[in-house]
Design a protein around this ligand. Structure first.
Ligand SMILES: Cc1cc2nc3c(=O)[nH]c(=O)nc-3n(C[C@H](O)[C@H](O)[C@H](O)COP(=O)(O)O)c2cc1C
Length: 187
């Protein structure tokens, strides 16, 4: 009997009406059978500070790292801030990169980004990929999911209302699950 694939969903936006959070919620609804997703809230994670770390890693950070360690795969949906990674996401990844237990090492990662702009956050994805090399994440190269004009792709309640985006997210999830199954077979 095979157990379910556990995916952790992370977004770099703390905004209540975030398009990226809405994209993660849509992904959770589009997951194929045999997989689950938990969307993690990054808002309680403090700013990384080596003094704080030396005094004792905060419990919220340990809880976050434990969730990552227990996951089979990661899905990040992030905004683009000034062509790059929002601080809340980079901060969480920085915490995850510290210590002897590296919970992300070797794990499959899928990235998507949503923006009201016409490029859908394409530029942040390439900065994020670079950081993920250091974290030893196995980032999917394809398909790439850029949710451009995001303000037209979700309704007022954050429901996904665009078929092309729905298909794109479904393909990304299938690719992530395939890669995760391959990895789980060899581990
Ligand atoms: C500080 C800041 C910088 C931004 N820079 C970019 C950018 O470089 N490219 C872009 O497409 N949108 C940019 N935006 C607009 C965001 O795409 C937009 O606020 C988006 O809704 C954020 O994602 P969210 O809806 O998930 O919160 C920026 C927004 C902020 C607050």
């Amino acid at each position: 009997m095979s157990s379910k694939i556990k995916i952790i969903g992370i977004t770099g936006s703390l905004r209540v009406k975030s398009y990226n959070r809405a994209a993660l919620r849509a992904a959770a609804e589009l997951l194929p059978d045999g997989s689950t997703m938990e969307i993690v809230d990054l808002s309680p994670i403090p700013f990384f500070n080596e003094d704080v770390e030396a005094a004792g890693v905060p419990q919220v950070v340990m809880d976050f790292k434990e969730k990552l360690a227990a996951a089979d795969a990661i899905l990040i949906a992030t905004p683009e801030y000034n062509y790059s990674i929002p601080p809340v996401l980079k901060n969480a990844l920085d915490w995850a990169s510290r210590g002897t237990e590296l919970p992300l090492s070797g794990k499959p990662l899928a990235i998507m980004s949503a923006s009201p702009g016409m490029f859908g956050g394409a530029r942040v994805q390439y900065h994020l990929r670079q950081v993920c090399v250091r974290l030893d994440l196995q980032t999917l190269n394809n398909p790439e999911v850029f949710i451009a004009s995001a303000n037209t792709k979700f309704d007022q309640d954050g429901n996904l209302i665009d078929d092309f985006t729905r298909i794109s997210i479904t393909k990304l999830l299938l690719a992530l699950i395939n890669k995760t199954q391959e990895r789980n077979k060899t581990n």
